[in-house]
Design a protein around this ligand. Structure first.
Ligand SMILES: [Ca+2]
Ligand SMILES: [Ca+2]
Ligand SMILES: [Ca+2]
Length: 226
């Protein structure tokens, strides 16, 4: 009986080769924070002359206009993945050309995190290119991770969305730092997937991660029946 259940669990946890993987977390659930520019807001929240009515987890992070740009302030996320090419997305409100970016770095020590576009640091732009500025909105939009001219070759193209470039991550633990750049930029969620085709603007990632929740449920049911 023990062997049968073990086999059943193994067959559930070994993913078929074509299976796509997903990971997501709330921007407000950072593992560490430095400085005071990044604030956690609870919805509904009035910011910069408009109201943010909803957010995943009823909260988001950012800084209101007038806080000041840059500053070296950051939030850090720790996460684990399987070795693969990962496409990262952020759910962001970026209403103007002066409220539409942050800095980011992956697998970088806290002491190396700066609000500058050099070394390991990248700029994550949201509708920065002139042709995209007609899209400015105070609604949440999912943006692919991109880099203006940082160390990740190809990612500078990704803000245009026509040639997605993933991050190649080894198996195990990683960190993502977001460092403060433009005040008036707000971030709700981070999402990453191995599925190059997946667009969270078209499909709610909550739907995509459901199979993992089901696996957890099945796992729990098996254990309780043991
Ligand atoms: Ca900008
Ligand atoms: Ca601003
Ligand atoms: Ca959130």
């Amino acid at each position: 009986m023990r062997t049968l259940i073990l086999l059943a669990v193994l067959s559930l946890t070994v993913s078929p080769a074509f299976a796509q993987k997903y990971i997501s977390w709330e921007a407000e659930n950072f593992d560490d924070i430095n400085g005071e520019k990044f604030q956690v807001f609870k919805t509904p929240e009035d910011v910069d002359g408009y109201t943010v009515a909803e957010a995943s987890g009823d909260a988001f992070i950012g800084s209101t206009n007038g806080t000041g740009n840059d500053g070296g302030d950051w939030v850090k996320y720790e996460f684990s993945v399987e070795a693969d090419d990962w496409h990262f997305w952020g759910r962001v409100i970026a209403p103007t050309v002066a409220d539409n970016s942050c800095y980011w770095a992956i697998d970088t020590a806290d002491g190396e995190i700066t609000s500058t576009n050099d070394g390991p640091m990248n700029i994550w732009d949201f509708y920065e290119a002139e042709a995209l500025r007609e899209n400015y909105t105070t609604d949440w939009v999912w943006f692919r991770l991109n880099s203006r001219n940082g160390p990740f070759e190809g990612l500078e193209l990704t803000q245009h969305g026509d040639d997605p470039v993933p991050l190649e991550l080894d198996a195990g633990k990683h960190t993502l730092h977001l460092a403060h750049r433009e005040d008036g930029t707000y971030i709700d969620q981070i999402f990453a997937t191995t599925d190059i085709e997946f667009d969270p603007n078209e499909t709610d990632p909550q739907t995509a991660v459901e199979p993992q929740n089901k696996l957890t449920t099945t796992w729990g049911a098996l254990k309780s029946g043991f």
